[in-house]
Design a binder for this molecule. Structure first.
Ligand code: ATP
Ligand code: MG
Length: 561
């Protein structure tokens, strides 16, 4: 077996087997079929990467199909957001399709089914219909309207279409088998009356087809060869096939449905319905809040399309559901940003340092390497002066030998600059340290001699020059939920696990090179993590998001417990 064959996932094996069985490669066609009732999330990314990945592997077209059969929940805004997200992930679709474009064809096929005695209008209430459904072990009961004449059915169905009835008065049902062991085969509903405007067909229709009736038929119309969906549709496959049996032309390609496991991510929820609740409830600022597991939230947070694709590739496709740890997603973004993000110095929790032997009013511009992982990224200049900020946590009056940062009498190197020594410090009335007085060694400047001639000290700190620094808002994020599986509790609602402290806003002091940064630009704030410029940013008020910390501090915390 070649390396390539070994890496095939089970869906690709299904396709390979079909090709071996004589299926023509040119007949392969795939689709990604979102319902436009919310923004795409990280779970969808798996499905997108699977379907578009198959398209790339087999040079086959992939449609973007909007499964828009429910006018009550679907909106144009979602359609646009979904398109933007798929494009941003780096994929291009062959045709942009809408199930709503097939309403006429679906209606005509439904009429054919009625004529063949395979569908009927049921005039019971939804409660009555539900009562007759039976249980998995007990057959359902046939509707008293099940044996209406074809003519009566045709007339009623047309009147339904013409808006002559109120919602709930009638439905169209497939006439299959109320005794089937598969409850979905017990005369499933094909159409219901909804007097609601649709985002594309407006008020042209007041009957809308159900998902099961629409999906397979849309696949057939588009001649999709492999219709891949998540496992919850496994029991629907029998119905998918039954509907196709009624209308497939043997000269045309017959789509097949195959299932793979839904992907779940720890510490969050991946369900549009639940994410909508967070938006509506105001727990987040919107679908693209950087804490959201949506593609647009991850984008705004600073994730790269490459990191999401690599994550999806690594977790692959599974036959059984499981929860993937969010730290794996973070690992991938860290790995990519390490290669591409320029390093800069920003101080988030400032402590003033005065270099007492540096002349007041003097300044110098030091060379700073932009990215040690990428020499082609070049270098920039950072200003040094008598007054600097370092992080509060980086200074202690006294500390043991393992504290490699600054302590009284001790030395550290300032990144890209000099070695300094802490001589004394000043405190406020409450005893908080407000200033550290240091001296610097003028002969120790980074890059001023050969590596050997430079004196070495254990610790290196990031810093900024106070007179040159600009202030910006920096948003630090914690998990949106403080439970690994917020929607995995039988007795508790996922909303109970929302972390009230998932957003912290602080003021950061930036080195001057950052003043030209644009929304979306990504950086490594040295020792603090990866950050990007948020879309809320303006020239007066820059806003940064922390995409991810430098190390997986979370995994470590959890290990300790
Ligand atoms: P949600 O519950 O979030 O609304 P959905 O399955 O109803 O999800 P759709 O818009 O119907 O959302 O999904 C489009 C495609 O993406 C479907 O083929 C669906 O199976 C797939 N998909 C949705 N969620 C996931 C997930 N968590 N993991 C993998 N694939 C998913
Ligand atoms: Mg859905």
């Amino acid at each position: 077996m070649s390396e390539e064959e070994r890496s095939l996932n089970f869906i690709e094996h299904i396709v390979e087997d079909d090709l071996k069985d004589g299926y023509a490669k040119k007949d392969l066609r795939f689709r990604f079929p979102p319902e436009p009732n919310g923004y795409l999330h990280i779970g969808h990314a798996s499905s997108i990467c699977l379907n578009f990945g198959l398209g790339l592997r087999y040079k086959a077209p992939v449609n973007l199909r909007f499964d828009d059969t429910n006018p009550a929940k679907e909106e144009r805004e979602y359609v646009e957001a979904i398109k933007a997200d798929v494009e941003w992930l780096g994929y291009s679709w062959d045709t942009e399709c809408y199930a709503s474009d097939y309403f006429e064809q679906l209606y005509n096929w439904a009429v054919e089914l009625i004529k063949k005695g395979k569908a009927y209008v049921d005039s019971q209430t939804s409660e009555e219909i539900a009562d007759q459904k039976g249980t998995p072990t007990e057959a359902g009961k046939e509707s008293p309207f099940r044996n209406r004449s074809v003519e009566e059915n045709l007339n009623l169905f047309e009147a339904m279409k013409n808006g002559e009835f109120k919602e709930g008065e009638h439905v169209l049902r497939a006439k299959i088998d109320m005794g089937s062991s598969n409850m979905l085969m017990r005369d499933p509903i094909m159409y219901r009356i909804l007097h609601k405007a649709h985002h594309r067909t407006n008020t042209d229709w007041c009957i809308y087809p159900m998902y099961d009736w629409t999906h397979g038929e849309s696949d057939y119309i588009e001649q999709v060869s492999h219709s891949l969906c998540t496992l919850e549709f496994l029991p629907h496959r029998e119905l998918y096939d039954w509907f196709l049996d009624q209308l497939v032309d043997s000269k045309k390609l017959r789509p097949k449905q195959r299932e793979f496991a839904r992907r779940n991510l720890s510490h969050t929820v991946v369900s549009k319905r639940k994410l909508l609740k967070l938006v509506e409830n105001g727990n987040v600022s919107g679908w693209d809040d950087p804490r959201m597991p949506t593609i647009s939230g991850l984008r705004r947070r600073g994730y790269t399309p490459e990191s999401i694709r690599n994550f999806a590739d690594t977790i692959g496709i599974a036959k059984r559901e499981n929860v993937v740890d969010v730290s794996l997603l973070e690992f991938h973004v860290r790995e990519h940003l390490n290669k591409i993000a320029p390093r800069v110095m920003v101080v988030l929790n400032p402590l003033k340092v005065v270099i007492t032997n540096y002349t007041e009013g003097d300044e110098e511009w030091l060379d700073a390497e932009n990215n040690p992982e990428d020499p082609s990224a070049g270098s920039r200049k950072v200003p040094f002066s008598r007054e600097l900020y370092i992080e509060k946590e980086d200074f202690r009056e006294e500390a043991n030998r393992k504290f490699f940062r600054l302590k009284l009498g001790g030395e550290v190197r300032l990144k890209n600059g000099y070695i300094i020594k802490a001589e004394s410090c000043t405190k406020d009335e409450e005893g908080n340290i407000v200033e550290v007085q240091c001296t610097y060694d003028p002969k120790s400047r980074s890059g001023s001699g050969t590596e050997e001639s430079l004196r070495k000290v254990k610790g290196t700190l990031h810093w900024v020059s106070i007179p040159h620094a600009t202030a910006a808002e920096v948003r630090l994020y914690d998990r949106l939920f403080n439970d690994p599986t917020p929607d995995g509790h039988k007795d508790k609602d996922f909303m109970e696990f929302v972390n009230p402290n998932s957003l912290q806003k602080v003021t950061g002091f930036l080195e001057p090179s950052l003043k030209d940064a644009e929304p979306g630009d990504r950086f490594q704030f040295q020792r603090l993590g990866y950050f990007n410029v948020d879309s809320d940013s303006s020239s007066e008020n820059m806003v940064f998001n922390r995409t991810v910390t430098l190390r997986d501090t979370w995994a470590k915390l959890e290990q300790k417990n």
